[in-house]
Design a protein around this ligand. Structure first.
Ligand SMILES: CC(C)(COP(=O)(O)OP(=O)(O)OC[C@H]1O[C@@H](n2cnc3c(N)ncnc32)[C@H](O)[C@@H]1OP(=O)(O)O)[C@@H](O)C(=O)NCCC(=O)NCCS
Length: 186
């Protein structure tokens, strides 16, 4: 997958991205909010990052201004809904780039890509109930609230968290296009 937006290139990951990934994956401000344990050292980091490359459902977010890989977006072929026309999104961003509208730009372009290029019927996305930045990104992109799953899952550190889930159907997407008046170029 390759999507170019105003400031970003969303593309396959490569081993050349490792240092950029490691820079933020070690931080305890990022992984825990998305449910993953901060990377403890380079050896573990290389193993985890290789897994992400091989999985083929995680994509790098490259900041065009400096060509740095500043985060990832995952497009999973499964979700809460149990049939094949469902995708679920997950995302993380280096905190040096937070609150610049970057993930909103990424998610909007990925939504357009999925509905324009695949036969997906519905995209799901969720966040830990106390993750207000993620909630805001999801709202800004026009997802509709499905509800809260209380005591949704146990994290690596034993915390059991509530999670809020949202979805966008193909019909919602068509309405969003009409409302916004433009199509995101993909
Ligand atoms: C969630 C995340 C990807 C957001 O990326 P981002 O590029 O900063 O998002 P955007 O700039 O597009 O939007 C962030 C919005 O959240 C708001 N926000 C940020 N922190 C907030 C907080 N603590 N409480 C309320 N709103 C908050 C910002 O003001 C902004 O909203 P606005 O445009 O209305 O002002 C980033 O914070 C991150 O990587 N967090 C750690 C990992 C994570 O949580 N991943 C998501 C898992 S579901």
């Amino acid at each position: 997958m390759r999507i170019t937006t105003k400031r970003l290139l969303i593309r396959d990951l490569s081993f050349r991205d490792f240092d950029d990934y490691y820079e933020y994956a070690v931080k305890d401000t990022i992984g825990p909010m998305a449910g993953w344990k901060p990377i403890p050292n380079e050896e573990v980091g290389r193993r985890v990052f290789s897994g992400m490359i091989l999985a083929k459902d995680v994509f790098g977010i490259e900041y065009l201004e400096n060509h740095k890989m500043i985060g990832t977006i995952s497009i999973y072929n499964y979700g809460i809904r149990k049939y094949k026309y469902v995708k679920q999104l997950g995302f993380s961003l280096n905190d040096s780039y937070w609150n610049m509208g970057i993930m909103t730009e990424v998610v909007n372009s990925v939504i357009a890509y999925i509905f324009e290029k695949t036969d997906t019927m519905v995209i799901e996305v969720g966040h830990h109930s106390d993750n207000y930045a993620s909630k805001r990104v999801i709202e800004k992109c026009g997802f509709l609230y499905d509800g809260r799953l209380c005591k949704y899952k146990e994290l690596y550190d034993g915390r059991i968290i509530d999670a809020d889930f949202y979805s966008m159907t193909r019909e919602d997407y068509e309405r969003k296009l009409k409302y916004e008046g433009t199509k995101t170029k993909i």
